[in-house]
Each structure stands twice: as structure tokens, then as C-alpha cells.
Design a protein around this ligand. Sequence first.
Ligand code: GRF
Length: 207
Amino acid sequence: MSRLRLGVMVSGRGSNLQAIIDQIESGRLDAEIAVVVSNRANVAALERAKRHGVPTAVFERAEFASRHERDMAMTRCLREARLDLVVMAGYDQLVADELLNEFAGRIINIHPSLLPAFAGGLHAQADAVEYGVKISGCTVHFVTVGPADGGPIILQKAVPVYDDDTGDTLSARILEEEHRLLPEAIRLFGQGRIVVNGRKTTIKPAN
Ligand code: GRF
């Protein structure tokens, strides 16, 4: 595949977006970000995009009659950007089935737990500490219609949980791995190496 055209969906800090930008700018990821879409205005992720000359679009719920209308507008924006892959990088809401169907097999998400543990919530790291697990981590998966964080898993990375961890300390440890795992999944997608077979994926060896 030639240079991948990415759309990145964000909601906040944008450190995963930054990891993608950094890998593109350093030549380690053969991709360009055609658009960054956010469901929130004035977030750091948008500043990061602008600083690197990446086009942005904001779709705040208040500007639309319903959340569904908002998601439809977002879908049109992503469609018009002629993307190869949509990357949810810290996007904090569920999206309409129409958006997921439009990009079926071409939309991925990073989640800060070892799925299927701690799926669905926005506090997976604190939940893991609270539950008392000894190992957590992060997962990149395809986003599919159905239960949140339930699509086929592409890559996972385990991270230890220490006795004195808080949600914040575990989040920081997991985040370091997220910043490697998400660009790696994008790279594998771009190289056409992710094969999906039902719930399972396999990674083809590099040529
Ligand atoms: C990350 O931990 C991601 O896994 C989760 O939300 C956080 C977003 O961080 N979904 P950032 O906005 O990429 O810095």
C-alpha cells in the first residue's frame, strides 16, 4: 500500500496522536494524517495537530440536534478525507453504527487494559488497580458494531501492576506502551499484514 491516509479521532490530551505524528515525522511510519477530528473544542490534541500542520475538525455535541446527527457529520468529514484507516486515539465516546459500518475493517482503537478485561469504561487503569490485578496493559483492536471494545484484537502489551500503584501511576506506565503499540499497529495495517479471521487476527511476517 502506498502512503497511508489516516484520520485520527481524539477527545483530549492527544499524546497518542503525538506518538503517531512523531513516528511519521521521523520516517518510521509511512503515513500522513489527513484530518484530526475531535468531539471537544479547545483540547490539547487539537493544538498538537495544528502545531504540525495537520487539518482539524471539531464536532461538539452542542452544535447538533442529537449525538447521532453529530456522528453523521463526523462520518461525512471522514469519508470526504478519503482515508485508508481511522484511528481512535483517546476518543472518549461510543460512535454511531453508521460510522463503524462505513469504515468496517478500517477503524482501530487503543484501550488501556488487556481486553477483554476492563472493557467499555473510561477508567480502565484505576479499575485494574482497584480490582487487584497483577498484570494489565494495553490493546489495539478493530472497532466493530456491538459491545464497546469488543472487536478483533490486533496487538496487546502487558504491563506489571505494583502494590503501591494508583490509577495515575499505572496509567503512566501503560501510556508509554500505548505510544509504541498504536503506531506499530498502524504500520502493520499499512503493510497489509493484519489478517482478520472472525474474532481472531494474525500478523503476517514481513516480506
Ligand atoms: C489513553 O490512555 C487511551 O488508551 C485512552 O485514553 C487515553 C488517551 O490519551 N483511550 P491521549 O489523549 O492519547 O494522551
